[in-house]
Design a protein around this ligand. Structure first.
Ligand code: 13P
Length: 258
């Protein structure tokens, strides 16, 4: 079955020195990813190289970027290409995080271009989707997420689809301390998997990891990870300290071996 993926999104936190100290601290707690669990941390661009270097002391730890540009090179001041990331040992990339959609005008169209570019460069795209509070209140959350998934994965081939990771992050649960209940998470994850099976087929949909994100922490991770269609977490605040990240990894290890 699917390995759990316990991913941390550090957002605009942790400089080089802090990143190095983090991995030194984490490697004192864990030396390898537990069976059935994969690990991923996504620092800022300037900390990626030091993260790749220092994370190598933890077997099964992957490093991801938080964004990329969909062009191969050119006059795009401030942007980074997929190949620049893979060149330094980055293996994953977050795409379309709600903060990028909200503050940097990311659309389903740019998410789609970036997803395809990541796959071309052999990076694993972690495609973020999720509804706003108003959309949940007005009961449009399923159609919103369906559009994000369908347009985000448009023209992604069947052979590439199983490499994609989806992160369901209800925007109302990000950084608010409010979490989707396990029932709400499972309901949406199952919905997404059903949509993926319509876009591709059941076998492929069964291979695609769907992570939950939004105030996942040491107190709620075990319950969320016990949902059958929740294949891991994309964790913001609680991934910033090695101790709490390691505790969530521990919850995932128990789930993977249950
Ligand atoms: P928090 O875990 O801080 O709510 O952030 C979630 C998130 O946005 C991860 O990408």
């Amino acid at each position: 079955m699917r390995n759990l993926l316990i991913a941390g999104n550090w957002k605009m936190n942790q400089n080089n020195a802090e990143t190095k100290a983090y991995f030194e601290g984490l490697s004192e707690i864990i030396s390898e990813a537990p069976a059935g669990v994969e690990l991923l941390l996504c620092p800022v661009y300037t900390s990626l190289a030091v993260a790749v270097e220092t994370a190598s002391s933890i077997t099964g730890m992957h490093i991801g970027a938080q964004n990329l540009h969909f062009e191969d090179k050119g006059a795009y001041t401030g942007e980074i290409t997929a190949s620049m990331l893979s060149e330094i040992g980055v293996s994953h990339v977050l795409i379309g995080h709600s903060e990028r959609r909200q503050y940097f005008n990311e659309t389903d169209g740019t998410v789609n271009l970036k997803t395809k570019k990541a796959l071309d460069a052999n990076l694993v795209p972690v495609v973020c989707v999720g509804e706003l509070l108003d959309e949940r209140k007005s009961d449009t959350h399923f159609s919103v997420v369906k559009k994000q998934v369908t347009e985000g994965l448009k023209d992604v081939s069947l052979s590439n689809a199983s490499k994609v990771v989806i992160a369901y992050e209800p925007v109302w649960a990000i950084g608010t301390g409010e979490t989707a209940s396990p029932d709400q998470a499972q309901e949406m994850h199952k919905f997404i998997r059903t949509e993926l099976s319509k876009l591709y087929n059941e076998e492929t949909a069964d291979k695609i990891r769907i992570l939950y994100g939004g105030s996942m922490n040491t107190g709620n991770a075990a319950e969320l990870l016990s949902c059958s269609d929740v294949d891991g977490g994309l964790i913001g605040g609680a991934s910033l300290k090695p101790e709490s990240y390691a505790e969530i990894i521990d919850a995932a290890a128990k789930q993977a071996n249950s």
